[in-house]
Design a protein around this ligand. Structure first.
Ligand SMILES: [Zn+2]
Length: 347
């Protein structure tokens, strides 16, 4: 079968790889229909993630082709959403809703595990991992598929930021970052009742427009201290009740801390790179730091109704569609910021 393979700095190609096969009785094979390219794939693409060569991609949806003898929650033909880590659904962490720490879980594309940008994947721990989009396993309406694809990672990550920060009705929430996760965090904050959402660091006109579509009330182009001062002006000096940090760089983290009101929560979901925190600043302002890697599986079930009934449409985050054969161009376009987030149509 064909699948995307990372070969080193700025090189992802579509290669022939071994077919996905059932290896354990708890496995299922999923024929992948759509896949996303994630900001964390881009870190890998830029030479800061995985060893090469390695399979790549962890946002995918599709149809179950075959299940192992011990799989009971899905059957061949079911249309499923696949979270960005697999998990058993049974250990203490899974029961607590922290599937990202599952003792039998793992990331796609590591060692002998298939990844998400390809024609098919063998899914370990299928009962604990796969989520049917519809209760009967049926295929959802085509128009809903991009939004369902966001539940695998990008929207559930933005949502995790807002949930961890306990965003509540009336809060002023500032979202730092203009990438796909930031856009989803804006929508998630509104979903939880935020009164006012400010998006900081939105670099271009097309991103301003998207930020407003996702629910931002104010969009700030500036970054760093200039952005901090603008949040001060917009809030008459009181700063932000909640700050959602969706970049992961040292500068964006510092900016996010400075945007916090006293007693604020700062929630981070951008994969941190070179971030050091001045704990003393947190101390004097009673700032709570929260967030981390989103347990996507934990949120998919509760967010499905909002997607299926059209209450939210996070699928807008996929700004361009590519065929699987165009995977190299999809990466290059995202890397060069020609598109915010590619969606790969596999079949
Ligand atoms: Zn588990």
């Amino acid at each position: 079968m064909k699948a995307a393979v990372y070969h080193g700095d700025h090189s992802v190609t579509l290669d022939d790889v071994p077919d996905a096969v059932i290896a354990r009785p708890t496995d299922a094979i999923v024929d992948i229909e759509y896949a996303g390219v994630c900001g964390s794939d881009l870190w890998t693409y830029r030479g800061q993630g995985a060893d090469a060569p390695s399979r790549i991609g962890h946002e995918f949806v599709g149809t179950v082709r075959e299940v192992g003898s011990q799989v009971s929650s899905v059957k061949a033909g079911d249309w499923v959403v696949v979270p960005f880590r697999y998990s058993d659904g049974e250990c203490d962490y899974c029961r607590r809703g922290l599937e990202t720490s599952c003792i039998n879980g793992g990331f796609w594309g590591r060692e002998s595990i298939d990844a998400g940008q390809g024609e098919a994947a063998c899914v370990p721990q299928a009962d604990g991992t796969l989520v049917k989009a519809l209760p009967d396993g049926g295929r959802p309406d085509e128009s809903l598929i991009p939004s369902l694809l966001t539940l695998t990672d990008v929207f559930t990550t933005g949502y995790h930021a807002a949930v961890c920060a306990h965003v509540k009705a009336g809060d002023t929430v500032t979202v730092v970052g203009d990438g796909a996760v930031g856009l989803c965090a804006i929508m998630a904050a509104k979903l939880l009742g935020a009164g006012r959402v400010i998006n900081a660091g939105s670099s271009h006109e097309d991103r301003h427009r998207l930020a407003r579509l996702f629910g931002a009330d104010e969009v700030i182009e500036a970054r760093g201290q200039e952005a901090v001062e603008m949040v001060g002006t917009l809030t008459s000096g009181s700063m932000s009740d909640v700050v959602l940090e969706c970049v992961g760089s040292a500068q964006s983290f510092t900016t996010a801390i400075d945007m916090c009101a006293a007693g604020a929560s700062l929630s981070y979901v951008g994969l941190p790179h070179g971030v050091e925190i001045d704990v003393k600043t947190l101390f004097y302002k009673n700032i709570t730091i929260t967030g981390g890697m989103s347990p996507a599986h934990h949120y998919i079930g509760s967010l499905l109704p909002a997607v299926l009934d059209g209450q939210i449409d996070p699928g807008m985050v996929y700004t361009q569609e590519y065929g699987l054969e165009d995977i190299a161009r999809a990466y290059a376009d995202m890397d060069q910021r020609r598109t915010i987030k590619p969606m790969i149509k596999v079949r």
